[in-house]
Design a protein around this ligand. Structure first.
Ligand SMILES: Cc1cc2nc3c(=O)[nH]c(=O)nc-3n(C[C@H](O)[C@H](O)[C@H](O)COP(=O)(O)OP(=O)(O)OC[C@H]3O[C@@H](n4cnc5c(N)ncnc54)[C@H](O)[C@@H]3O)c2cc1C
Length: 466
């Protein structure tokens, strides 16, 4: 009887923010990973403000009901998927930029602000927020924080954790806490802000964030596009660039299958550089006052590694090269259904990881076009499900998981990690303990229990049921 009483209490407290409309709830059964559950959430609260989130958590904890926090649902790990009998707390409508303080280089925002909308609000102040996931036109800042999102620029400017000063978070029982500070420095107490970032909605719901900003540079950026005979050569060049101490703003690597897919996808778009026939493509962008000198040093390293490189003649041509890179996801989508993976390895091990991907692709008979944020060793192998291979819609066939598992094990053996930026969610929880080990997994569960003693916040995400 918990559910009807809870729904009545929610209707009284949050009124029109509550929905139990089956069509609205159906949209919460999947995210952009494509993984879809046949479970049905009990209800969704499209929160308008912090009070709605607090009321929902208070009622959920009184009735012992699970809650699934959700931003824009662009996640690639199933973390925001509404599970059986849960209340989805959708914060996308909490989308206001509350404050921009140019002199202190910070902004205070609600969690539902779309990442690109924040960029547009900051630009007139000559400021920017570094996290730049490829999904930035559709993802929310709250989702970026909950997944500790990365992107093209994070090798130089850091992942989301490096750009957040403080949070306001609603805990499982509805209590509102504030963590962190508005100062550049601050070490009072445990760093709960850092702990909450990347916790994938399992410890609390972010309702406000104080973000650390940067000043927009007026120096021109310099962009290089380089072709290579093989992806292992290109990975060697990328590793040589970072090993030399150079810090390009972007260092992105596409393998031969990615080059072919993007070339086909952009065939009808005028003025786009062609990647046809490349064994691999490396994009390097340098910025700041030393951009030109750094790009020349990178050019020399590329040529020494067997690459044929060209400097983009102007910023517009450089932007077109970045657009080529950003076309990777839609280009893969045209190959069929894909499982988008997300391992990371130490940068010197990139050639070994690319060689392993080629081997795994051949062993399992699966195309695995791969793009890498080579500047930080983060690879996205895209496992393409061959057309006609039987599998339930919204799931991945066993052979795809077998190949993915070998990718994960290889990355860990090379000193890397299961996920560089997309998170564990549902899809990687089976392998969590393989990387963390039993002691750290047990400690993590105790931390979860301290925040959420009833285990109602995003249950079944990150951890397997104990
Ligand atoms: C085309 C494409 C490209 C992408 N490229 C990148 C990339 O370059 N880098 C990258 O890191 N990711 C990338 N992603 C993945 C995704 O966009 C990011 O993980 C993003 O940060 C998720 O934001 P969201 O608002 O959609 O969150 P959701 O998908 O709604 O949620 C993601 C997780 O965060 C939790 N959550 C959401 N909001 C809150 C909140 N306010 N409080 C507590 N928990 C919350 C959810 O429970 C869930 O576990 C890409 C996705 C797509 C579809």
């Amino acid at each position: 009887m918990a559910a009807p009483h809870a729904l009545k209490a929610l209707a009284d407290e949050v009124g029109p923010a509550l929905t139990t409309d089956p069509a609205a709830l159906a949209a919460y059964r999947t995210d952009r990973s494509g993984w879809t559950t046949d479970e049905v959430p009990l209800a969704a609260v499209r929160a308008r403000d912090t009070a709605d989130v607090q009321a929902t958590m208070r009622i959920a904890s009184e009735h012992g009901l699970p809650v699934v926090p959700r931003g824009a649902g662009t996640g690639l790990a199933g973390g925001a998927v509404g599970t059986a009998g849960s209340i989805v707390v959708d914060v996308a409508r909490m989308d206001r930029v509350l404050e921009i303080h140019a002199a202190d280089e910070l902004a205070v925002v609600q969690p539902g602000v779309v990442t690109d909308d924040l960029a547009a609000a900051l630009a007139p102040h000559g400021l920017w927020w570094p996290p730049d996931p490829a999904s930035r036109a559709i993802s929310t800042v709250g989702g970026n924080i909950a997944t500790n999102a990365g992107g093209l620029l994070c090798a130089k400017y850091g992942v989301t954790r490096e750009s957040v000063l403080g949070l306001a978070v609603v805990l499982a029982d509805g209590t509102l806490i504030r963590t962190g500070h508005r100062t550049v420095k601050g070490v009072t107490g445990y760093d709960l802000t850092a702990l909450l970032i990347g916790s994938e909605g399992t410890l609390g719901i972010v309702v406000e964030a104080t973000l650390k900003l940067r000043r927009r540079s007026t120096d021109p950026v310099v962009t290089i596009g380089a072709g290579f005979p093989t992806v292992v050569d290109a990975a060697g060049a990328a590793a040589a660039i970072t090993a030399s101490g150079l810090r390009p703003a972007a260092l992105e690597l596409l393998d031969a299958a990615s080059c072919a897919a993007i070339d086909a996808y952009l065939a009808d778009v005028p003025d786009m550089p062609s990647l046809a026939g490349r064994g691999a493509f490396l994009l390097v962008q340098t910025d700041g006052p030393a951009a030109l000198a750094e790009s020349r040093a990178a050019l020399a390293l590329i040529e020494a590694a067997g690459g044929v490189a060209e400097l983009a003649p102007d910023e517009a041509a450089g932007e077109r090269l970045l657009q080529v890179r950003r076309s990777a996801h839609p280009a893969y989508a045209r190959l069929g259904e894909v499982l988008i993976e997300d391992v990371a390895v130490p940068r010197t091990r990139l050639p070994a990881m690319f060689a392993a991907i080629e081997r795994i692709s051949a062993t399992y008979g699966l195309p695995i076009p791969t793009v890498a944020h080579a500047g930080d060793g983060n690879l996205h192998p895209n496992l393409v499900i061959p057309p006609g291979l039987p599998h339930e819609p919204g799931t991945y066939p066993d052979v795809v998981w077998a190949a993915a598992e070998e990718l994960f094990r290889t990355a860990i053996e090379l000193g890397g990690t299961l996920t560089g930026e997309h998170g564990v969610g549902v899809l990687k929880r089976r392998w969590l303990e393989d990387e963390l080990g039993p002691e750290v997994t047990a400690l993590s569960r105790r931390i979860k229990a301290a925040f959420d003693p009833q285990g109602i916040l995003n249950p079944g995400k990150v951890f397997l049921a104990s």
